[in-house]
Design a binder for this molecule. Sequence first.
Ligand code: ADP
Length: 311
Amino acid sequence: MLLAVTLNPSVDISYHLEHFKINDVNRVSKVKKTAGGKGLNVARVAHLLGVDVLSTGVLGGSLGQYIEQQLDQDQMNHQFLHTNQEARNCIAILHEGMQTEILESGPTLTSEDQVQFLIHFNRLLDQASVVTISGSIVKGFSNDVYGKLIEQAANKQIPVILDTSGQALEVSLRNKSALPYLIKPNISELSQLLDREISGDPEALKSALQDPLFYGIPWIVVSQGADGAFAKHYDNFYKVSIPKIKVENPVGSGDATVAGMAKAIDSEKGGETMLKYGMAAGMLNTMQAQTGYVDATQFDHYVNLVKVQKV
Ligand code: ADP
């Protein structure tokens, strides 16, 4: 079973407007509200791909209840730790071919909430074969909380895919006592992590991924949008090529890629298949208007179109 962690889930609201008027009233009839947060995108895509998934994290209030209702509607299993703090809304306004986003930062939790979540997570781990940890850390939790989750999973020999950025990622990578099994930065996250501009060129990527920051991490998969991915597995490097496809909406592709790779790990496939599953899920997500959604009937077809080449 895949245990998918979202520490700061949201109700994602999208408003479609012909024209977005600043300093004026905007009336909107085309509204969509979904359970959001990167980890819930991972969970949804994995669920659609037939993986047995359990979502967890922390949530509360009426928005928390709404998120759980949405997951129930989609028949997605969840066991969140409940708090008395209201979950957040994230608003995307789609207008004139653009997207303006207003993202609430979410609740501020307490150190006691963190203690309770670590106990809760440790219990859920007993059912898990793979864990995904996605997105930002909820306010109030320590910046090494992902490291603590990884440590608990490592104690039970459960691999963790960590998909986060900035300080949360860096702190986790510096904690060499318990490292994730796989990280999936994109080029801009990689550049931010190494504090220098990294090009998508295989030689530049090869040298970047040999930075001491990455020592001990079995898999690093650098996703490169339409250019596929570049991966490192210990001392081996792979260029992963994908076909040209018609893109509808690329938002959430990284989350779908994580879901595809988790599916491969959950069903004990090898590394090459894992990369192919990740790319296929990412591509399928870009072909849909909805974020974090895939047409699973197309999965095998796209898996077969991905090429993995040792470089
Ligand atoms: P992130 O959303 O984390 O920035 P990417 O944009 O690299 O991640 O996308 C993850 C994966 O989704 C890519 O490796 C690829 O398989 C697929 N993908 C994303 N954008 C495109 C695109 N424009 N065309 C084809 N595949 C894409």
